[in-house]
Design a protein around this ligand. Sequence first.
Ligand SMILES: Nc1ncnc2c1ncn2[C@@H]1O[C@H](COP(=O)(O)OP(=O)(O)OP(=O)(O)O)[C@@H](O)[C@H]1O
Length: 705
Amino acid sequence: MVEFDEETFLSLYRDKIKAFIRDILSTNLIRNNIFEFDIEEFLRTYPEACEINDAIIEHPRKVEDVLNYLFREVYVELFGEDKEIGKIQIAFKNPIGCEKRIEDISSSDISKLVKFEGVIAKAGKVCALLKKACYVCPRCGNIRYVTIHNYFELPKIRCNNKDCDSEMKLDLEESSYINIQELEIQQPIDLMKNPDDPPRSIKVFLENSEGIYSGRVDVVGMVMKKRTRPNLPVFEIYVKSNYIKLNESYQKIEVRDILNNPDLIEILNELGKKRGIIDILSQYLIPQIKGYEIVKKAIFLQQIKGCMKFLPDGTPLRRDSHILLITDPGIGKSTMLRRIAKLFPQNAYASVTTATGGGLTANVVRESTEIGDGWVVKPGVFVRANEGTACIDELTVDKNVMRYILEAMESQTIHVNKGGINVKLPAKCAVLAACNPKRGRFDPNMGVIEQIDIPAPLLSRFDLIFPLKDKPDRKKDDEIAEHILNTHIETATKEFKILGEIDIDGIKVDEGILKNYIIYARTCAYFEENHALYLGDVDERKLKTPHLTDKAKKIIKDYYINMRKLGEGDNPIPITARQLEAIIRISEMHAKARLSRKVEEEDAKAAISIIEECLKEIAYDPETGAFDIDKVAGTPKSKMQKMDIILDIIKELSAISENNLAGEDEVIEKAQEYGISELECEDLLEKLKKNGEIFSPKFGYYRVT
Ligand SMILES: Nc1ncnc2c1ncn2[C@@H]1O[C@H](COP(=O)(O)OP(=O)(O)OP(=O)(O)O)[C@@H](O)[C@H]1O
């Protein structure tokens, strides 16, 4: 390491640095007591001063002290003396050549500047850190201000008056403090050399923090060491930082990569023109699973996401479609979910068998921390999947967990308020959930909805619900067996056909092209008008996106009106506005998936056919032989009628009884006159009790509320 000589440094860079600081101070306000020294910007202004970057990386603290001193000179020249100036800190931004993976940060980096990317795995409370310590000499009254760099040991300061050498005392009242927050940053799986290794993490002390609790971040900081035990020469590594930036969303970064690659754009645009491109790419999305074409298509469209739309007041409309797979065992649901979770860094997988409610949403727990009172926020899967897809397997194994999932899906934010930490974390993600039926396998003699062990409020959150039954079918079984055997042969011989790249009219499509196509479509980057936005500062509100044509709007409206007609009179209500919005969202996804500038008839028809595929499986009421969307909301029309009959029976019996109560046996006996079996009557009584429509003041007796 080249030694740092302050004299030489000042002689080389003093004037350039002061001029650079003066320019910035003359045009920018200082936010949050941080002056960001943008190294890239400085080198663009003074390209001949390139060694300064190495000096900063090798000796960040010494250069920071010199810059602090020069900053103060310029500040006083421009604005005069200011007692607040002592609190202002220098933050290094955009250093060049010190990017590292978390797993590569080691003792050789101690006291050096590093830049790394990671996901916030834990975030403590924002506390106050003694930054500029005021020391007073008890003998001669001399005062000294000392910047504290090492949090774990306060320096012993002696008086520097010529005839006094007393040890000075710390005056906490006159010292100045800054915010500090303890974070644990975890290496993202997509940046791991070996994704199967346990992810590495590092402790970061963020100075001047405004409070950051989740997200993927870029960190620039100095590697420090902290003795693990007083008399042991062993040190723990951590990073002291005052520059942390929420990573730009992956879409923006990837779009830039695409837009800077004209050949790739040409391939993607060509693909968008191919007939049946959506069906082809949907099948290629999950190559290891044979069949379930419409499910894979819905999952592919879910990855494309709907159009970003905002109300006049700036409120974003939900553009994600939530999908639920309810399958017999061994269908391949876990394989599908894991495949989607691995597709993009912002997609995440969790199984309710191992996750807790907090693990899925966010937890505030007490942990051993270096600073603060130990309360830390641990973002869960929904927060980590922000802007992506949360793949939740075995959804129904824990009823308590479903309550957490409902909140996340309704508000797309996770609110945590515990241990003095009160924050809202973003969880704008699509949900791809999967579970088995109530009894583990579908019973062909019961309706689908009765076999779904999910509370109605959560069930109705899903735009698309696919019950996948494992019915023996010679042709299908033959195809699946052939497919599984071939994929196993391919993985053994490494000659990939099914799992390898595909050829679409001469265009070779591999996983990379597929991912780029999805991002290209999802972000509407195929609109030339959006290129400038993505190459500059992206403002989603200004993005051009496809919109419904009149013909598409008419098709959707006619479908909705006709389906609602089925609900006239005493018929069950077949569809609600929520399904209408789902059709709009899926139509937009379909248009984007073929790189269309408009949502046209074919998109509307495709969306309706997907919705119909679901409705016919889950909202079909065998008793009435019609669609009944209330089945999804929990009570089909025919069941609603039966509940009304039971209520009337209880009212009649209560009116003529001495104790004004209806006995269960009489209710069951009377109900049989209306064709309601004993078992069903007991089920209906339970439902009515749960709805609070009846209550039981005495065991075996009921009264209408
Ligand atoms: N249609 C299919 N095509 C190819 N492989 C399949 C298909 N269905 C199941 N498999 C294979 O069967 C195995 C079981 O799949 P998986 O574990 O995803 O089933 P599952 O639906 O999650 O089962 P469970 O509900 O019991 O968890 C996997 O190796 C999967 O690749």
